[in-house]
Structure formats: structure tokens, C-alpha cells
Design a protein around this ligand. Structure first.
Ligand SMILES: Nc1ncnc2c1ncn2[C@@H]1O[C@H](COP(=O)(O)OP(=O)(O)O)[C@@H](O)[C@H]1O
Ligand code: SF4
Ligand SMILES: [Mg+2]
Length: 319
């Protein structure tokens, strides 16, 4: 197999909180992303998805662990080389309004991304390149003179995607890119991201709290709980025969994805400031047994390419 495009190696991120202790937001997360692949990352709010995403694009330094792009450790590179590689991994955020400077026009916002990263070889003026990029994301080039407040939520997200595409990235980290949008607009943005993947061969880490959205886009799925990946595998396995009770419970919350009745998820996720001893899912797990309180289960293979962090994973059963 060729070398993965992006590798997260044992990423840990802790935040000291004055008077309260330490928030362990990301705990020992490892995964690989191949060229052109879409890995869906799903989990409840607060489980560490955005923190992990920020460490991947160097917006935050992990407490420990490494992020490798094409085998190169971004954090260890000299500043000039890091900047050159930085354009190859870009991020799209949930709130396009918050990520776009309201005082700048669409043309300036997209043009700024070209100024930061440089125009691609062979392109003409910034203005022409901006127009091409707006067309690529399904916007009229005439919108270049508009400001973010004059756009709909979907149009603003398209501008944010155009900015992210300016340096011709190979990896796009999409953090809940449709969560702030109406359902019909969500579908349009997902269709756009799928088309860009087909046309440009971009790899995505696609983050959502919504399994139904992940189902539409992902080749492989990583399920996160309290800062850890608790299940990882091809989408057909994770959706068709989930091995971890938490994944089953998440599926139960989306009736359209589950043909039979499943136990729903009770209660809130425990605080990352004070996780339960042993398996972190134990207080909510319908399959919990006394052994589950003794240690944190490792993520181990339950089938080829499919792993779960559970002492008593479900085997081969389809739901
Ligand atoms: N800068 C920070 N300081 C302290 N705690 C933080 C900080 N950023 C995130 N957290 C905490 O880390 C945990 C994970 O947050 P986050 O990554 O935003 O989760 P998600 O994106 O899955 O909703 C939460 O408990 C959150 O409160
Ligand atoms: S280790 Fe035990 S408590 Fe944790 S998910 Fe598996 S069965 Fe449930
Ligand atoms: Mg988040």
C-alpha cells in the first residue's frame, strides 16, 4: 500500500482549566487518510472532534503526538517549508459567517487566500482566478462584489470552501460544514463537496455529530467518544455491523439508518474533566459487565480493517 497522505499519530490534547483540573479533550488518537479518501468522524458534541481538527491543521499544538503530511512532520519543519506544505491541508468551519471577515467583499476574501498562498502556476490575474474558483463552487462570478451579509448561509459556505480551495489542497478538514445550514442547503453543500472530490481528487476528514450526514459522504468512519476513537472501519461495516455499543446507540438515534429497534442512548456523556474509571462508555452501556470497570479498552481489530475499543464487541451481527 502507498504511504498515507495524512497520518495522525497518538494525538493528545489537554487543556488545564484554572481551579477545575485538566480537560483531556483528545486522548491518544491515531488514524490514516489515503489520497482521495473521505474519512467521516462522528461523535456527540464535546467529544473532541474540533480540537482534533485544529491540531491537524496546526491551529493548535498537540500536547503530544504527531501529524504527518506525506510522511513529513509539519511541526518539526522549518517555518518556510511548513508554510509551503500548509496550503496542502485546509479547513472549512461550521460557521461560515464567523470565518469570513464581514468588511471584505467576496472577491477580496477569495483573492486574499491567493495572496497568502500564491496563485497556481499558469493562472492569469487574481481577478480571473477568483472568478474561476467561484464558478467551481457554484457561485456567479458577479457575486465577487458582494459582502458576506448580502449572501445566504449556503452561499457563504461556498465562499469559505472557495477560500479553502485557493491553494489547491489535497486534504480538506470539514468541521461540521453543514450543521448551521437548512436541510435543503445541507444537501447542496454535500453534493458540492462530493463533486469537488470527484473532480479534484481531494481527501476529506469530514466531521459531523450526525451519522446520517456521515453516511452520505464517508468511505470509512471513525466514531469518537470522550476524546478517543472507539470504532473505526469501512462505512458498510460500521453502519451494517457496528461492533461498539456506542456506535449502535448512535445509530438508534437515526431511525432511517436502522431497520430494527435498538437501545437508544441514555444520559449525557461524562465530563472530560472527570471520566469514569475503566471503559468511559460504561455508565451508559447496555452491555457493561464488571470487567469493564477495570481498564480502558484498546482499539483492536474485530475484522480486517475494522476495529473497536470494547472488551465485549458485537461480532458479525447486522442491525
Ligand atoms: N480552549 C479550550 N480550553 C478548555 N477546554 C476546551 C478548549 N477547547 C475545547 N475544550 C473542551 O474540550 C472538549 C472537546 O471540545 P471540542 O473539541 O470542541 O468537541 P466537539 O467539536 O466534538 O464538540 C470539550 O469538553 C470542550 O469544553
Ligand atoms: S468495554 Fe464494556 S462498558 Fe465498554 S463499551 Fe464494551 S461492553 Fe460496554
Ligand atoms: Mg466541534
Amino acid at each position: 500500500m502507498s504511504e498515507p497522505l495524512l497520518q495522525a499519530e497518538r494525538i493528545v490534547k489537554r487543556y488545564p482549566v484554572r481551579g477545575a483540573g485538566v480537560v483531556h479533550a483528545v486522548r491518544d488518537v491515531s488514524f490514516e487518510l489515503a489520497r482521495g479518501e473521505t474519512l467521516g468522524l462522528v461523535g456527540e458534541s464535546g467529544c473532541g472532534k474540533s480540537t482534533l481538527a485544529r491540531t491537524l491543521v496546526c491551529l493548535e499544538r498537540p500536547t503530544s503526538g504527531r501529524v504527518l503530511l506525506d510522511g513529513a512532520d509539519l511541526a518539526a519543519l522549518p517555518e518556510r517549508r511548513r508554510r509551503a506544505l500548509r496550503g496542502r491541508i485546509q479547513m472549512v468551519f461550521q460557521d461560515p459567517f464567523g470565518s469570513l471577515n464581514p468588511r471584505m467583499s467576496v472577491g477580496e476574501l477569495v483573492g486574499e487566500a491567493f495572496r497568502v498562498h500564491g496563485l497556481p502556476a499558469g493562472s492569469g490575474s487574481v481577478r480571473a482566478a477568483v472568478g474561476e474558483l467561484l464558478e467551481l463552487v457554484g457561485l456567479e462570478p458577479a457575486l465577487a462584489s458582494h459582502h458576506p451579509r448580502q449572501l445566504s448561509g449556503g452561499q457563504r459556505q461556498r465562499v469559505a470552501i472557495a477560500r479553502a480551495l485557493a491553494p489547491r489542497p489535497e486534504v480538506l478538514i470539514c468541521d461540521e460544514p453543514t450543521s448551521a445550514l437548512d436541510v435543503s442547503v445541507q444537501a447542496q453543500i454535500i453534493a458540492l463537496l462530493r463533486r469537488l472530490r470527484a473532480e479534484l481528487g481531494i481527501a476529506y476528514l469530514f466531521i459531523s455529530h450526525d451519522l446520517a450526514v456521515i453516511r452520505q459522504v464517508a468511505d470509512r468512519v471513525a466514531v469518537m467518544y470522550l476524546g478517543r476513537i472507539v470504532e473505526l472501519g469501512p462505512d458498510r461495516d460500521v453502519f451494517g455491523a457496528p461492533a461498539h455499543p456506542y456506535t449502535r446507540a448512535l445509530l438508534a438515534a437515526v431511525p432511517s439508518l436502522t431497520p430494527g429497534p435498538l437501545a437508544r442512548l441514555d444520559g449525557e456523556a461524562p465530563s472530560p474533566l472527570d471520566p469514569p474509571a475503566g471503559c468511559h462508555f460504561r455508565p451508559r452501556c447496555p452491555r457493561a459487565q464488571p470487567d469493564c470497570g477495570a481498564r480502558l479498552p484498546d482499539l483492536v481489530d474485530t475484522a480486517p480493517g475494522h476495529a473497536a475499543a470494547c472488551l465485549f464487541p458485537m461480532e458479525g451481527s447486522s442491525c
